[in-house]
Design a protein around this ligand. Structure first.
Ligand code: V55
Ligand code: FE
Length: 494
């Protein structure tokens, strides 16, 4: 048994386990927080409570922590707490890791048997006045947005059949419906995908299952005003490999990629599969929208899976000069009797795309995403890729113009959230955690607030965080009005 955390990039740098639940009020602020910024910046942070059973374990297996920066009347409070998943509780009781490799229950210790394995570590999702901590290998956990205490695992009042739920839901800004899916819905390595809709009150109103061409890592999906879009890239799972104690994922450069498109209120039998290039990979979609019979899907495409541990297992770590990536627009034309996808480049490579919530599934002009400035080396070690972003882009699809925010060398950024402006015609704000190394595996963190329309300018405010934070995955902004509504409803109910 390992006696400590591995000294690998998955557990050092900004991936150094922190494991501390804490709270501090009235954090120090440099600059001025815009008065309209009132609400909560929730973040999901994987942070292993115990040293892993396997030396080659990685970031995606960290126990989920929910982190909240609460902005009220110019004051900022922070708190971070473990999500009390069944797995966290079982290991806490045992005072050691009981669960084995990432998404391989065959490698668990006997005491883990029958205990739900999911970690609630990927995205905090706010819908219908509830906060959920999600991870794609299981069901979400509901967390109290006020106390950050775990309420329990969420199955839509017993309605959800899928064993899993994505960490990347899509909420329609007009109808308030939450569109989501779960892959491996029928169990590990199954080709079953559940496509679901929850109405604006959070009630599950639709769940339909379909099969993908092969079992793929489906991290994200997209909606337009009329369609739902399901990407299948060839990072695949195999039950025999799991049984042999192997890794859940391998990337297969020889397999085709597929994009499934169906009417978003239609039947899964109406799905049309469009064929993409072999071997490509992507994690996140910036946006999708309709133009007549054409469906546009904007996202960062890369020539192989970006995660080093998947590259190593697959033996597909390509030489630097063969790697190809960038922001692309893929277009599927439903009026044509062809499975071809038209591809055109939009912008430089990057990931963690964000758009204003109001633009979800609509024709849109502005997107933001993180990237790497080669002049900012050495990169901070952190996240699943073992390299943190150090640059932010703002792309204007109308002009093709790309604005850049570069961080001083050695510093890194995590994915921002977008906060709409109170005044019409303004682009709003971006809020993100920025880290600066101050020693070996030691960091100082700040929360930066940046004018979304002018990202090259200095941040309008920097909030100083008095302790070290582990690298986050995704975040979610919840306006104060939403938090208050949810609290009032909770008080009436309780
Ligand atoms: C991702 C993150 C995960 C996961 C699978 O960022 C994919 C992509 C934090 O957990 O389990
Ligand atoms: Fe993600």
């Amino acid at each position: 048994m390992a006696t400590g955390f591995p000294k690998t990039p998955q557990f050092t740098g900004l991936n150094t386990p922190v494991r501390v639940e804490w709270e501090a009020r009235d954090l120090e602020v440099e600059g001025e927080i815009p008065a309209e910024i009132e609400g909560a910046f929730f973040r999901a942070v994987p942070d292993p409570a115990h040293p892993p059973l396997f030396e080659d374990d990685h970031y995606l297996s960290g126990d989920g922590m929910v982190s909240r920066f609460l902005f009220k009347e110019g004051r900022v409070d922070h708190a971070i707490k473990y999500v009390r998943t069944a797995r966290y509780e079982a290991e806490r009781k045992a005072r050691r890791a009981l669960f084995g490799r990432y998404r391989n229950h065959y490698t668990d210790l006997p005491d883990a048997k029958g205990v739900d394995r999911t970690l609630a570590n990927t995205t905090p999702v706010w819908h219908a006045g509830r906060l959920f901590m999600t991870k794609e290998d299981g069901r979400a956990y509901e967390v109290d947005p006020d106390t950050l205490e775990t309420i329990g695992q969420w199955d839509f009042h017993g309605g959800l059949r899928s064993e899993t739920m994505t960490a990347h839901v899509r909420i329609d800004p007009d109808t308030g419906e939450m569109f989501f899916f779960g892959y491996e819905a029928g169990g590990p390595c199954s080709r079953d995908v559940a496509y679901c809709i929850a109405d604006r009150n959070g009630e599950l109103v639709s769940e339909q299952w379909f099969e993908t061409p092969y079992c793929a890592l489906m991290h994200d999906f997209a909606i337009t005003e009329t369609h739902a879009i399901f990407p299948v890239f060839p990072t695949t799972a195999d039950l025999d490999r799991l049984k042999a104690g192997g890794d859940h994922w391998m990337h297969d450069p020889e397999l085709d990629s597929w994009i499934g498109v169906m009417p978003r209120y239609g039947k899964v039998e109406e799905m049309r599969w469009f064929k993409g290039p072999k071997g490509v990979s992507s994690y996140h979609f910036m946006n999708a929208f309709d133009e007549g019979s054409r469906i546009h899907l904007d996202f960062g495409v890369s020539s192989t899976n970006a995660f080093p541990f998947i590259q190593v297992t697959s033996g597909t770590k390509p030489p630097m000069h063969e790697r190809r990536s960038g922001l692309f627009r893929w277009t599927m034309d439903l009026s044509r009797n062809s499975d071809e996808i038209e591809q055109r480049p939009l912008g430089p490579p990057g990931d963690m795309p964000r758009i204003p919530d109001a633009a979800q599934g609509r024709p849109y002009r502005i997107g933001y995403y993180c990237s790497i400035n080669p002049e900012g080396f050495p990169l901070v070690v952190g996240g699943p890729v073992e390299a943190m972003f150090n640059r932010l882009f703002r792309i204007d699809h109308e002009t093709g113009n790309v604005d850049v925010m570069d961080l001083p060398p050695g510093m890194s950024i995590s994915e921002p959230v977008h906060i709409p402006a109170a005044r019409e015609g303004r682009e709003g704000w971006l809020m993100m955690v920025v880290d600066r190394p101050v020693g070996e595996d030691e960091f100082r963190s700040e929360v930066w607030i940046v004018d979304a329309g002018n990202i090259a300018a200095d941040p309008v405010a920097k909030v100083k965080v008095p302790v070290q934070l582990r690298a986050q995955v995704h975040g979610w902004w919840v306006p104060a009005t939403e938090l208050e509504k949810a609290k009032a409803r909770q008080e009436t109910a309780g």
